[in-house]
Design a protein. Structure first.
Length: 273
């Protein structure tokens, strides 16, 4: 799987978050206007591009940005140690999004994290694994993450909804001390606004054989990048540091877009940090 953001996407997000003009970024990178526009659009940088100087201007880590330019990818992660977690990717109008199904292997109680665009792959997995879907956890309410929510709730009317949205009845809103049991698994939440006001990440722990925690992070952080700070890019970066990077290094990060990664990998390779 490719990264959600190529080099140009990372640079553009950082430039807009920093309030730097394209002209200033181009000058720092010793590129003309056309070369710089091509970099942002294609992710391809000319050999003479001064990426390190431009990175410093855009508050990016120069060495990590060079790694992204060089084609860094996280290693493929074997989900076998967690066993009962599945990634479902759906696409609409060229936008691919991940949702996740987690269940307890003994009780077969299951939870869905976001819905993606299409409910059918979710229904197929639930039927194939004979699990009992009890909970729907939303990381935020952007259309690509809740596109199939109506269909899912129609199929499972007793599904308990968990969200940080202010537009739902109080019983469906996450609380800071929520501690949800899914069989032997335990699910907690950490507020991660910045991309959206209702951004939240869910931590799944108490896996069999002491497998690492799993953090379902939505659009809080991606492998090698992060989401646009539609609410506030500075707030989003702060929440990543406070709420995600304080998790154990081996924690599996399950983003809303792109490949799986870990806390350790993002600390080492994400140019925004």
């Amino acid at each position: 799987m490719q990264l959600e953001d190529h080099l140009g996407d990372v640079v553009r997000k950082a430039r807009l978050a920093s309030g730097v003009s394209a002209e200033a970024a181009a000058q720092a990178a010793t590129l003309n206007t056309q070369e710089y526009e091509t970099l942002e659009q294609s992710g391809k940088a000319p050999k003479h591009a001064g990426l390190a100087t431009m990175a410093s201007l855009l508050a990016l880590d120069p060495a990590k940005l060079q790694n992204i330019a060089g084609g860094w990818l996280p290693p493929q992660i074997d989900l076998g140690q967690w066993r009962e977690i599945r990634v479902i990717a759906t696409t609409d109008d060229g936008i691919a999004v991940n949702c996740y199904v987690v269940w307890d292997e003994i009780s077969r109680e299951a939870a869905l994290f976001d819905t993606g665009w299409d409910a059918q792959p979710i229904f197929d997995l639930i039927a194939a694994e004979s699990v009992d879907l009890k909970h729907l956890f939303l990381t935020h309410t952007d259309p690509d993450h809740v596109g199939a929510m109506a269909a899912v709730r129609e199929r499972f009317p007793k599904l308990h909804l968990h969200t940080n949205s202010k537009n739902v009845p109080p019983q469906h809103r996450n609380r800071a001390n929520d501690f949800i049991h899914l069989g032997n698994l335990r699910i907690t939440n950490r507020e991660t606004p910045g991309h959206t006001e209702d951004g939240v990440s869910y931590i799944v722990g108490n896996w069999p054989e002491d497998a690492p925690h799993v953090a379902i992070v939505g659009d809080t952080i991606f492998a090698g990048s992060m989401a646009r700070g539609k609410q506030s890019a500075d707030l989003l970066k702060q929440k990543v540091r406070e709420q995600i990077f304080t998790l154990p290094d081996q924690t599996l990060l399950c983003p809303g877009h792109g490949p799986l990664t870990t806390v350790a990998l993002e600390k080492a390779h994400n140019p925004f940090f």
